[in-house]
Structures are given as C-alpha cells and as structure tokens.
Write a protein that binds this ligand. Structure first.
Ligand code: ADP
Length: 394
C-alpha cells in the first residue's frame, strides 16, 4: 500500500512516500521544499517527481495521503480528511495560525487533484481524546469553555509511538496491541498488569505525556502548543495575569505581547543566546549565567510535569526520552533523572552516554525499578502507520 505523508510546516513542505505492508514500512522516497509561501505548486512538483523517478506509475497510484493536522475545533482522532476536517481547521485557525491554514490548503489541493485517493488527517490532539474532563477542563467561565478552551495536548503522533514501542521493548504485547489499535478500536477494557509511561518529547518544541496502559491520561501542553515546557522561542506555561500587566507597564498591545511570547521567549528569551539547546549548553559551559538558567528551567519544568504524571498514575514503569534534545542530550537526561533513587529511578551512566543520534535503548541500571528509555522519533512513519491502520479498518 503506497502511502504519502505530507508534512506542511509554516514555511516548509516535506514529504515521504512509504510502501506499507503490515508492520513493515519501506521508505520509497522523501523530499521537501523550504521557504514555501504556496503549497499547491510544491505538491504538483512532488507528484511529478515521484512519477518521473518511477515510484508511482501515475499520481492516482497512491493509496492514501496522510496529514499531521494540529488542532481542530470540535474534532480530533484519525479521520478522513473531508469537509468536516476543513471546517474544524478553520474553526481554530487563530489558535494555530502557522499550521491550520497550511493543512487546509494542502488537503484542498489533494482533494481537487486526486479526488479518488483517500485523504486521512491524524490530529496531534488525537492521542489525548480519552483524557478525563477533570484532566482537560480549565477553571474558566462556561462561555469560555463553550468556545472550546480546554487542554488538548499535542505531539500526539510522537507520544503514541512511544506508547507502542516502550511496550514492545518490555515484551508487553498486550499493551502494545492496545496502543496500536487505539484509533481503530478505542481503548476498551484493560485488565492486565499496569504499564505506566512518562513520555518526554524534547525538541524544538517539547511536551510530556502520561500514558497508562497505552492510553494518554494527559499532556503538558494545553489549549495551544504555546503552553507546558519552555519551547525553543515560545514561552510555555505562564500565569495569565502577566499579559495584561505587561501590556500596561510596557505600553504594548496584546498582539505584540503574543508575538514576543511566540518569538522571543522560551529558551531563546531566557538564555539571550539562542533557541538551540546545543548553543545554550556551550554558552553555559563557558560561564554564561543566563544560558545556565535556561537549561535549568527546562530541566525543572520536565521534572515538574514528570512528577505530575507519576503522581496521577500512582507510579510509573517507564520514563522515555525522544526527539532532538531527548535523543541526543545525555547530560540533560541524567539531570532529569537525578536523585530519584527513592522513586526507583537509577540511570546507567555508560548506557546513557552512548545512547545518542538515533539509537534506541534502555539507559537505566539493571536494578532500576523504573526503566528509562531512549526511543527515536519518526513522525512520518507514525503517520504512515496510522493511515495504514485507517485504510485497513475502512
Ligand atoms: P523539532 O522539534 O524542531 O522538530 P527536533 O526534534 O530535531 O526538532 O529537535 C531540535 C532540537 O534538538 C534543537 O533545539 C537542538 O538543539 C536539539 N539537539 C539536537 N542535537 C542535540 C544535542 N546533541 N544536544 C542537545 N540538543 C540537541
């Protein structure tokens, strides 16, 4: 089954073509365009390239196209990318301005060019759709809640992959199967031994999720991907009262405050050096106190959220790290897990130090009660798998 994954960034368009057969995925082609202002010409060029390079006889040969949509109003899950999805993206275009209009354009383009090729949207919020109302409700007036202001959670594709893979690594096929079938069958009853995972996706954009027996109980991101941990240049959690206060004291508009929180905050705002964790580490090592603080705030925030999920789930069997920082930064992983022997977390320094750059492995000591893992992210593959499952089920 030939599945194309279309990744529409705010300024880029990337794609991968997979040939899927059960759990096996062969990557046939990948490519992309930078500094994109219009997606339609890129999609046309990509389809031409895939045909010219012999991956497809014609564009109609595609079995499905998958889109990693971010946030939809009143809609989530892994669903056919039809008018309902377009409406849902439009309904929250102000909340995800860099992503929703891009995906709407991409979906419309495939709809008109290849009407017979199945289009599937996998929302980043999908993994959190079984969160309890207590976990997703903000304490705000009813009229606000009726606008859809609540916690949604993001990076769902990445965290769902962790739910499956961590269970496989522990030979917990029961939980792996439950996580795999989630968007097709729903969570159903679970009577097995608990498997509780604290999943840390740490990259340019970062979030934690609590995963109980393959199903998420919550995430660190809330109404928008603006919340939770400090991000590369986005603020993360902030007391809502800070905004009116800053607007008044600095004489700036809400829009300007929002711009600063989006572009000049997070690790960049704190360190004053860079939005890249590598530059920040280097500056901190050279004695830059603000860079050191930025690293410490990130670590503190990860521990804050990990602690929250540990408590909510009544413990954990796994702590997992993924994405650019999570996979590469052994020092940060050690700092996140430091002084937790009382909770049953003990890192193996040697295994930790050597597990970098796309390597998968367990980095806790053999006698650590909680297994600490590194699992490389591959979001395109995750989408291709979900699209494949969707096609099999429909
Ligand atoms: P994104 O979240 O933007 O899709 P990634 O998951 O690749 O991208 O994460 C990018 C982040 O990973 C950057 O902040 C970068 O600094 C960080 N990173 C990459 N390599 C390392 C490393 N060796 N040590 C620390 N951080 C790293």
């Amino acid at each position: 089954m030939k599945i194309l994954v279309a990744n529409l960034g705010s300024t880029s368009f990337k794609y991968r073509l997979f040939d899927m057969c059960d759990a096996d995925a062969a990557l046939l082609a990948k490519g992309g365009f930078e500094r994109v202002t219009e997606y339609t010409p890129c999609i046309e060029e990509m389809l031409e390239t895939l045909v010219n390079e012999g991956h497809l006889q014609s564009a109609e040969d595609l079995d499905a196209v998958g889109f990693k949509t971010v946030l939809g109003k009143d809609l989530s899950g892994c669903v056919e990318a039809d008018e309902r999805v377009l409406e849902a993206l439009d309904g929250f275009k102000e909340v995800a301005p860099a992503h929703n209009p891009a995906y709407a354009e991409g979906i419309r383009c495939f709809q008109s060019k290849l009407p017979n090729v199945t289009r599937v949207a996998l929302f980043e919020t999908a993994f959190y759709q079984w969160m309890s109302p207590a976990a997703y409700s903000y304490a705000i007036p009813k009229a606000w809640r009726e606008l859809g202001i609540r916690r949604y959670g993001f990076h769902g594709a990445s965290h769902k992959f962790i739910a499956e893979r961590s269970a496989e690594l522990l030979q917990r096929q029961d939980v792996a199967a439950r996580a795999r079938g989630l968007y097709v069958k729903g969570p159903g009853e679970f009577n097995g031994k608990p498997l509780r995972v604290i999943s840390c996706h740490l990259g340019g954009s970062s979030s934690l999720a609590g995963i109980q027996n393959g199903v998420s109980i919550g995430g660190s991101m809330g109404f928008s991907p603006q919340s939770g941990l400090p991000q590369n240049n986005r603020v993360g959690d902030l007391d809502s009262m800070a905004i009116p206060y800053v607007c008044k004291m600095l004489g700036i508009s809400v829009e300007e405050a929002e711009r600063q929180l989006n572009k000049e905050s997070g690790l960049l705002g704190l360190s004053g050096v860079s939005n890249d964790a590598r530059d920040i580490r280097e500056a901190a090592e050279q004695g830059n106190a603000e860079a050191k603080l930025a690293s410490e705030v990130l670590i503190d925030s990860i521990r804050h959220w990990a602690g929250s999920f540990f408590f909510k789930m009544g413990g954990a069997e796994v702590i997992s790290f993924t994405a650019g920082i999570g996979e590469n930064d052994a020092e940060l992983r050690a700092a996140v897990c430091a002084d937790l022997e009382g909770l049953g977390v003990k890192i193996d320094p040697e295994a930790n130090a050597k597990t970098i750059r796309g390597a998968e492995g367990i980095i806790s000591a053999p006698d650590s009660k909680i297994k600490v893992m590194v699992i490389p992210a591959n979001e395109e593959l995750v989408i291709a798998r979900e699209v494949y499952r969707f096609k099999q089920a429909h």
